[in-house]
Design a protein around this ligand. Structure first.
Ligand code: NAD
Length: 276
């Protein structure tokens, strides 16, 4: 049971990754991201999720340095973007991310999307970065079961993490099961359904029982499903609200009611059909 903001999932290579992280997708580069990450760190988050394509790695790195918190106490994820996979510039992209973040070692480096005909060779480059000690863990993002089934027989290092769109409307039961069997930690992006969670009356009803918001119910539901979760906000009160999820536990009945909301419904791009 996850009891505090610093509690960690233990990845398949024994690296520890905090169950709750702070996402910065669509967090504007510059002062907005810088301030949000500073507030997140002051609130107690010790895990930040960025990507080259978010164009805010520099701000994340600066906020971490200025926080005064030892680097090794903060888990940082970034990702290689699709255009670099297609152009064959994965290593250059990695070095650029490291430079922008101002970090020698990245905690987790992910293949951002399963670009057809490119994701296996990209992952093999990540394996080399891992073997060279430049990343503490490697993994994938937006990989469905069939992508993993293609990848696994061709590589040596089992991905530590698969970061996918995951929330009550999209619970991907086959991937949930498969990733557990293979010891690949599932990580939820869009855990608040990119804001659409507010439209689900059940989450408000459940929240009332515990004195919590619909967003807190969703984050707690992730933790109790043993899925790493990385809600995003640039609003200080919400950054704090989203971290205030360690003093209650959803009952088995409430968990089941939320589980029953699955409708295989995405609010963002489909890993089998994306045009970027
Ligand atoms: P999210 O589900 O975290 O929703 C974020 C939005 O929810 C905010 O913009 C805000 O409008 C709203 N919100 C946040 N806290 C709230 C609160 N307490 N009350 C009411 N509304 C609130 O969506 P996301 O940002 O897409 O996903 C989270 C993180 O996942 C991203 O920031 C990014 O780091 C990562 N991500 C990864 C991928 C990928 O392809 N790997 C794709 C999208 C996002």
């Amino acid at each position: 049971m996850v009891k505090s903001i610093t509690d960690c999932a233990v990845l398949n290579n024994r690296v520890k990754m905090p169950w709750l992280g702070f996402g910065v997708f669509l967090s504007p580069p510059g002062d907005t991201t810088y301030r949000s990450v500073r507030i997140a760190l002051e609130t107690g988050y010790r895990h930040i999720d960025t990507a080259k394509i978010y164009e805010n790695e520099e701000d994340v790195g600066r906020a971490i340095r200025d926080s005064g918190i030892p680097r090794e106490e903060i888990f940082v994820t970034t990702k290689v973007w699709n255009s670099d996979m297609r152009a064959g510039t994965v290593r250059q992209a990695f070095d650029l991310s490291r430079k922008k973040l101002g970090m020698d070692v990245i905690d987790l480096y992910l293949v951002h999307w399963p670009v057809p005909d490119k994701y296996v060779e990209t992952y093999k480059i990540l394996e080399k970065l891992y073997q060279e000690g430049k990343v503490r863990a490697i993994g994938v993002s937006n990989f469905l079961v069939h992508h993993l089934e293609t990848l696994l027989p061709q590589v040596e290092v089992v991905p530590t993490v698969d970061q996918v769109e995951w929330h009550p409307w999209l619970q991907l039961p086959d991937l949930y099961q498969f990733s557990r069997e293979k010891k690949i930690q599932l990580e939820a992006w869009g855990p608040l359904i990119q804001g659409h969670g507010a439209e689900i009356p059940l989450l408000h009803e459940i929240g009332k029982k515990y004195g919590k918001s619909w967003a807190q119910v969703l984050i707690r539901w992730d933790l109790q499903r043993e899925v790493v979760t990385i809600p995003k906000s640039n609003t200080p009160s919400r950054i704090k609200e989203n971290a205030d999820v360690f003093d209650f536990e959803l009952s088995a009945e409430d968990m089941a009611a939320i589980n029953a909301l699955d409708q295989n419904k995405r609010v963002a791009a489909d890993p089998d059909n994306f045009d970027f």
